[in-house]
Ligand binder design. Structure first.
Ligand SMILES: [Zn+2]
Length: 122
């Protein structure tokens, strides 16, 4: 999100009665807002977890990155599958399969890292 869009979002929040807090989003460091409903949101990321320590902030940030990675890999795999399923493929098929393999590796790794993070929390 661009800076002016963030500012616009912040003023929208304030107009709707939300209160700016003196705590920052663990992902992007933008000030967080408390909505009338009591929910705490970041103008950029929406609903976020309020963290009490740096290590908790790191945890939230890495979770966010892994979620993004998983989503990106899924989108790319979907696009590759669309391309592979077209009938007029010839030499491109090998290339696409190589991409597919790489993105599957990314997806698998993102999921494994999330799993590790979940297990560490226990
Ligand atoms: Zn944020």
């Amino acid at each position: 999100m661009r800076r002016d869009e963030v500012v616009k979002k912040m003023s929208e929040l304030m107009r709707s009665g939300a209160v700016m807090l003196d705590i920052a989003c663990p992902i992007c460091s933008t000030p967080l807002f408390k909505l009338r409903s009591g929910e705490i949101v970041c103008p950029v990321h929406g609903s976020v977890r309020v963290v009490r320590s740096d290590s908790e902030a790191v945890e939230v940030r890495s979770q966010f990155v892994l979620d993004r990675l998983e989503l990106l890999a899924t989108d790319r795999i979907n696009k590759i599958l669309d391309a592979v399923s077209k009938e007029d493929l010839e030499d491109d098929e090998i290339k696409l399969l190589t991409y597919l393999e790489k993105w599957l590796e990314v997806l698998e790794r993102a999921r494994r890292l999330k799993q590790v993070a979940r297990e560490e929390k226990k």
